[in-house]
Design a protein around this ligand. Structure first.
Ligand code: NI
Length: 211
């Protein structure tokens, strides 16, 4: 059981971590199933705004500045959740995001990429600042108080499960949902982009929403 989960405002008893995690994961799976249906463009696809993705947040950047959902007026937000110790999916996704923005030319300036940590214990602002800078100078890393992070994870249907490694006191990895969220300047959810998308798929997915 982790401190992060301890601090989540779950209805499940906090002394029963399995239930608490399952409750969170259950809600996230419903959201992710909706995202997948929508991304696949099936006949039953729902409108993106019916998925209720997104909402207000107040977090802290790698430079120690408070960042909220209103901090980037007029910008589209490209949001990804992960953690800096992630061995493969997070760095690959952040590389793709950076490369896609590089190909979007002038449109890229209307997009603010954000990386929100799901591992605030290890992703301190300083760690995040260094980490995101290895991908793009435009990428902003965000962490925050446990309650603030729990809220934004719930708003975006983010699921994660802790894996203890070795027996070392702090050795753990996080399996986590991997969706890149494209949000409109007014906060509406526009589209989910699979983290596995290629650079060009991501360019097209973002570009078609921006004039
Ligand atoms: Ni990851």
């Amino acid at each position: 059981m982790t401190g992060r989960r301890n601090n989540k405002p779950r209805t499940a008893p906090v002394n029963r971590p399995g239930l608490a995690v399952a409750a969170g994961a259950g809600a996230a799976i419903v959201v992710l199933a909706g995202l997948l249906m929508w991304a696949m463009g099936s006949g039953a696809a729902r409108r993106a705004d019916q998925l209720h993705i997104g909402g207000p947040f107040s977090l802290v950047s790698g430079e120690g500045v408070t960042v909220t959902d209103r901090s980037f007026p007029g910008k589209y937000l490209l949001i990804y959740f992960g953690y800096s110790r992630c061995a493969d999916v997070c760095p690959a996704t952040l590389n793709t995001m950076a490369a896609a923005l590089g190909r979007l030319g002038g449109k890229a300036m209307r997009v603010q990429p954000l990386f929100i940590t799901i591992d605030p214990q290890r992703d301190t602002p300083a760690v995040l600042h260094h980490y995101v800078g290895t991908f793009s100078p435009r990428l902003v890393g965000l962490t925050g108080a446990p309650g603030a992070l729990a809220r934004v994870e719930d708003e975006y249907g983010v699921a994660s499960i802790v894996h203890r490694e070795g027996g070392a006191a702090k050795g753990y990895a996080l399996d986590h949902s991997s969706v890149v969220y494209l949000m409109a300047p007014d906060g509406r959810f526009l589209a989910p982009i699979p983290a596995s998308a290629s650079e060009m798929v991501m360019v097209r997915a973002i570009g078609k929403y921006i004039d």
